[in-house]
Design a protein around this ligand. Structure first.
Ligand code: AMP
Length: 262
């Protein structure tokens, strides 16, 4: 695997083979690796980026504490035969300082995570636009784990007329249903046992076994500090804190229909 750090390095790899891109913030887990495998099914060459983007973190969020496991990440990507890792310094992506240059669609960004994380999606759009512009991939793979982000990126690609195809990846979960996340390592052993209840709540709402209000009360009684639990666009979305760890998850209502018929 070739490790690239600069715009110049990137220019050297742009050729005539199709390129699929997986943007990440590192601390890689099986969920990220499932995106890499999808990328490999779309294009001959795959590039992964690892960059903890400062502009998408709020002032009281976990930027400085965000897990960084670069040696391990490199081993995982090498074991999958990834072609390129883009590992830029902040000065490479933000030569003029940490400015927001791209804003998320307001209608999509003001709800759900946008309410408690003002400016978060503008930071995401800014960095993703820069990465697309530098890397010029044919495909970019995003996880449904961050469903709102996925919709916002798709909207940006459309409005900015960026020439690439966004591919969606299903949520990769632990055996007990907990959606994989780099932040799961913050959970204490006790919290780790409670965390899968978030997914259980989504399922019971989607299957009509519990109302949103009942599920909210259950989660609160388990110790979750609820940010939101709501249905939108045929999906149920949840965000909640367990201690200081913020977890998100979502589930499609239509994916539940076969279960409802049983
Ligand atoms: P992150 O490193 O958390 O910014 O995530 C990078 C990409 O991986 C995003 O497109 C996420 O949606 C995706 N991702 C993270 N966790 C999962 C998961 N459990 N299943 C599928 N995709 C994921």
């Amino acid at each position: 695997m070739q490790i690239l750090k600069t715009k110049n390095d990137l220019q050297k790899i742009q050729g005539d083979t199709k390129l699929a891109f997986v943007p990440t913030m590192g601390a890689l887990h099986e969920g990220h690796l499932s995106l890499v495998k999808i990328a490999q099914s779309y294009a001959k060459k795959v590039i992964v980026s690892i960059f903890v983007n400062p502009t998408q973190f709020g002032p009281n969020e976990d930027l400085s504490k965000y897990p960084r496991t670069i040696e391990d990440d490199i081993k995982k990507l090498e074991s999958l035969n990834v072609d390129f890792l883009f590992l830029p310094d902040a000065s490479e992506l933000y030569p003029q300082g940490l400015e927001i240059t791209h804003f998320a669609n307001k209608e999509l960004s003001e709800a759900l995570c946008g309410l408690n994380r003002p400016g978060h999606f503008d930071g995401v759009c800014t960095v993703v636009y820069k990465l697309f512009d530098l890397i010029k991939p044919d495909y970019a793979i995003f996880g449904q784990k961050d469903y709102q982000q996925l919709l916002i990126i798709k909207d940006m690609v459309k409005t900015e007329q960026i020439m690439l195809e966004i591919i969606e990846a299903e949520i990769f979960r632990e055996a007990d249903g907990l959606a994989m996340s780099s932040r799961n390592i913050y959970l204490s052993p006790e919290q780790r046992l409670i965390a899968p209840k978030l997914n259980k709540a989504l399922k019971s709402v989607a299957q009509g076994k519990q109302s949103i209000d009942e599920a909210k009360l259950d989660l609160i009684s388990l110790g979750f500090e609820l940010d939101y639990l709501e249905t939108r666009r045929n999906r149920v979305f949840v965000a909640a804190k367990l201690g200081s760890t913020r977890l998100i998850d979502n589930i499609s209502l239509s994916a539940m229909i076969p279960l409802l018929n049983n």
